[in-house]
Design a protein around this ligand. Structure first.
Ligand code: NAD
Length: 484
């Protein structure tokens, strides 16, 4: 095994789990690269106890001191960029370039967290003569963050820097498919000076997540993953009276108008549907062509054919996921859709045991087909045709999801028309992957997010803190009488 066994990290030390173990394989070639221990209720409880014990000391450390750990952590992310990138690529299967962009984004997320002291400096107002009201923010307490397989380094960093700088202590439960990055993150934070117990890592699957949702001493839970599990986690955590935010899956629509710039649109759409092998919640999954857009589709197919698995296209996470994706394509074809570019049955020479699907473009998909409605999570684009813009918007609006939507046109007025009407939390105009960069926050609508607020950026401050409103009369002798 290339990497030693991945254990829990509790109170700064490695800890074994009590629920067996799982092989960690690299989707690139199917080889076993590590093994991860799995946790049960008792293991989760140990992690919560460590987080609870560390909480008062960390919360009482002034924010200006807490943030120093994250300045150092950001430097360490950059100094170890190559190693962290290789881990992401090996355990997740994405290309080196994509993995590097992910780690670079973690650095940007940390940079934002380092600005927290400036953002939470408080509010103060003289509300009547001699009487002032001020707001102070306090950490929520012990929080948990449950993360998916598709961004092993970035998604944990959506929550760790902001939550910890704001004084919380955390139990991180990464995806059991990609556990190696999470432990390296914990190592680097320890090296940066994070006190033991402030971040604890518990590995496992369903049982450990349920234990987190049920634990009486966890105050808040964030989840990022599929909508099916997001619903389970959100319901279970909130029914146990925890604050919760659960981000789910996606089905992102790109609306393409005939006047769109051909080269720019084709390359953006191709990159959006195939980047990270389509395994990202911001990937284009459906394109709605309004009127005559064949000239753009032709260029898109040419561009897609330049995207080659094992070269500039990464692997799919597992054999099961590859099979699921290929079944969607086969079913759509059987229902009458036309496969213009076919990525099924792709084998990469020298990596015959890896899991690959080539870019796939399917035209004449109907909105009622399964492939048009469900999240495929692979490098597959379904093209639907509409006669006018309102019909295209209606197709986008009919999705249960609502993470991202984009419009491609050279008309500012039409772009605005779509942007106002799309039912999604993140909108692109001539941008295929409209991920908001810090300080803007990340979060979708509809079944792509359960709970209030976004998970990153300024919006996350509300989630990671509770506020105290203090009213003070500085001159008791004054006649001002305000609800005395
Ligand atoms: P997943 O839902 O299978 O797993 C996510 C987490 O939940 C993992 O830690 C896993 O161990 C745990 N889990 C799995 N099954 C569980 C169950 N039955 N009960 C309790 N916990 C369970 O998701 P995934 O396959 O790892 O990730 C891909 C999904 O994540 C896609 O749907 C993608 O769109 C979504 N995603 C969404 C966003 C967003 O911001 N909205 C970001 C990244 C990924």
């Amino acid at each position: 095994m290339k990497y030693p066994q991945i254990t829990n990290i509790i109170n700064g030390e490695q800890a074994t789990g009590n629920n067996g173990s799982l092989e960690v394989e690299s989707p690139i070639d199917g080889s076993k690269i590590s093994e991860v221990i799995l946790s049960n209720n008792a293991d989760v409880d140990l992690a919560v106890k460590a987080a609870e014990a560390a909480q008062p000391g960390w919360a009482n450390t002034p924010i200006k001191e807490r943030v120093q750990v994250f300045f150092k952590y950001k430097q360490l992310l950059e100094a170890n960029m190559e190693e962290l990138t290789n881990i992401v690529s090996e355990e997740n299967g994405k290309t080196f370039g994509e993995a590097k962009a992910e780690v670079a984004k973690s650095s940007e997320l940390t940079e934002f967290a380092c600005s927290m002291p400036q953002l939470v400096s408080g509010e103060l107002l003289e509300v009547s003569k001699g009487v002032e009201c001020r707001i102070e923010r306090y950490p929520v307490g012990v929080v948990a963050s449950i993360t998916p397989f598709n961004f092993p380094n970035m998604v944990p960093n959506w929550t760790i820097p902001n939550a910890l700088v704001l004084g919380n202590t955390m139990v991180l439960k990464p995806s059991e498919l990609v556990p190696i990055s999470a432990n390296r993150i914990a190592d680097l934070l320890k090296e940066a000076g994070l006190p033991n117990g402030v971040l604890n890592v518990v590995h496992g699957s369903q049982e450990s997540v349920e234990a987190i949702c049920d634990h009486p001493d966890i105050d808040a839970v964030t989840f990022v993953g599929s909508t099916r599990v997001a619903k389970i986690v959100y319901k279970r955590a909130t029914s146990n009276l925890k604050r919760a935010l659960a981000l789910g899956g996606a089905k992102n629509h790109l609306i393409v108008l005939p006047d769109a710039n051909v080269e720019m649109t084709a390359s953006n759409v191709a990159a959006s549907m195939s980047g990270c092998a389509g395994q990202r919640c911001m990937a284009a999954s459906a394109m709605v062509g309004v009127g005559e857009v064949d000239h753009i589709i032709n260029q898109l197919c040419k561009d897609a054919k330049e995207i080659i698995p094992g070269k500039n296209l990464g692997a799919i996470i597992s054999a099961k996921a590859k099979e699921r994706i290929e079944n969607y394509i086969t079913e759509a074809e059987a229902e009458g859709a036309k496969v213009l570019v076919d990525g099924r049955n792709f084998v990469v020479e020298g990596k015959e045991n890896g899991y690959y699907v080539g870019p796939t473009i399917i035209d004449y998909v109907k909105p009622e087909m399964r492939i048009a409605k469900e999240e495929v999570f692979g490098p597959v684009l379904s093209i639907m045709r509409s006669d006018d813009l309102d019909e295209a918007i209606a197709i986008e609006n009919s999705s249960n999801y609502g993470n991202a939507a984009a419009v491609f046109t050279q008309s500012g007025g039409l772009a605005r028309y779509v942007a106002e009407r799309a039912s999604a939390g993140m909108i692109g105009v001539n941008i295929g992957v409209p991920v908001p960069r810090e300080p803007f926050s990340f979060g979708g609508w509809n079944e792509s997010r359960f709970g209030v607020g976004d998970i990153t950026g300024k919006s996350s401050i509300e989630f990671w803190t509770v506020s105290k409103k203090m009213t003070t009369k500085w001159n008791p002798e004054s006649r001002t009488n305000w609800m005395s």
